[in-house]
Design a protein around this ligand. Structure first.
Ligand SMILES: [Zn+2]
Ligand SMILES: [Zn+2]
Ligand SMILES: [Zn+2]
Length: 181
């Protein structure tokens, strides 16, 4: 690339790689201040205006409470949670054996963290032990597969908006690397 991917921070004056700058949410362009400078500023601001910041956080919490509650009440969300819980207890009580290695790559725990992946949520006690990396990979693969299948069959009238929404949310979460079960 011809243009060097660096920027000079207008606060500390240092030239840093673009990854050292937060992106402006609206414009998508790097901010004028580097991350260390803006983080330091934000910390200082928080200390100076603690009461105000706490009130703002509280307002934010209340503003999205209804949304959070609605999500928690969704049948698919509740069902998956209880299935994960069932698997957790089955392992805890010895009904299901525990594992110390990822079934895909063999990474051992510790230091790897193993997840109880459900290939099929209608079968609560069928789990696959996967390390966090393989688990993320597996869900990206499943999502790709599903997207392809949906693409072939076009819009499925029977699927319903709710389910489609749920899967999109799930895909987003998994893309960020935090598969849940
Ligand atoms: Zn700076
Ligand atoms: Zn693995
Ligand atoms: Zn999973």
């Amino acid at each position: 690339m011809a243009k060097a991917a660096t920027r000079r921070c207008t606060q500390c004056g240092e030239t840093r790689p673009l990854s050292d700058f937060h992106l402006d949410k609206r414009t998508g362009t790097p901010r004028a201040w580097c991350k260390p400078c803006s983080n330091a500023y934000n910390r200082a601001y928080r200390r100076r205006n603690l009461a105000h910041v706490r009130a703002r956080d509280r307002r934010y919490w209340h503003k999205y409470k209804a949304k959070r509650d609605a999500y928690e009440r969704r049948p698919d969300v509740r069902r998956k949670r209880s299935v994960r819980q069932a698997a957790y207890w089955a392992v805890k009580t010895g009904i299901l054996p525990t594992r110390t290695a990822c079934e895909h790559c063999g990474a051992t725990s510790p230091p790897a963290r193993l997840h109880r992946h459900h290939p099929d949520y209608s079968d609560p006690l069928r789990i696959v032990w996967l390390c966090t990396l393989c688990h993320g990979e597996e869900h990206r693969r499943l999502n790709d597969e599903r997207r392809k299948a949906e693409g072939r069959s076009g819009k499925r009238a029977g699927a319903g908006g709710h389910t489609a929404h749920a899967t999109r949310r799930g895909a987003k979460r998994h893309a960020r690397g935090k598969p849940r079960g």
